[in-house]
Design a protein around this ligand. Structure first.
Ligand SMILES: N=c1c2ncn([C@@H]3O[C@H](COP(=O)(O)OP(=O)(O)OP(=O)(O)O)[C@@H](O)[C@H]3O)c2ncn1[C@@H]1O[C@H](COP(=O)(O)O)[C@@H](O)[C@H]1O
Length: 94
């Protein structure tokens, strides 16, 4: 899981740097709504996760959780934060 998150975050950082035309991630960094685009996405995905959980749809729960994690990592990158800061916060709670 840690490797998966590290690799995904590295791809997101690369998209932020290179801004390929065909990249959804890049489109979030250049969106006319600015950071609100990713914030709105997080809100939508959270609602979709709640609905999937209420319906006990395990596949949907996993899919919506993945959408949230991906958009969360984009937000961290947008704020020039690193995964280390998230890890430090979680470790401090153990
Ligand atoms: N993990 C993801 C990921 N999760 C979700 N999404 C995108 O998030 C968007 C929002 O999902 P929704 O459920 O709201 O679907 P939607 O209604 O069609 O979305 P929109 O109409 O709002 O675009 C979709 O376009 C998904 O493709 C992702 N896009 C990219 N990644 C990862 O990022 C990498 C780089 O992707 P690109 O930036 O596209 O090259 C990929 O290889 C993946 O590993």
């Amino acid at each position: 899981m840690e490797d998966t998150l590290d690799e995904l975050f590295a791809v997101i950082e690369d998209r932020k740097e290179t801004l390929p035309d065909d990249s959804y991630t890049a489109s979030l960094f250049t969106h006319e709504k600015g950071e609100n685009a990713v914030l709105e996405k997080l809100g939508e995905e959270a609602t979709e996760l709640v609905l999937a959980a209420k319906d006990d749809q395990e596949d949907e729960i996993a899919a919506e959780a993945a959408d949230i994690v991906y958009h969360l990592l984009v937000l961290l990158s947008m704020k020039d934060m690193s995964l280390d800061e998230l890890e430090t916060e979680l470790e401090a709670r153990r």
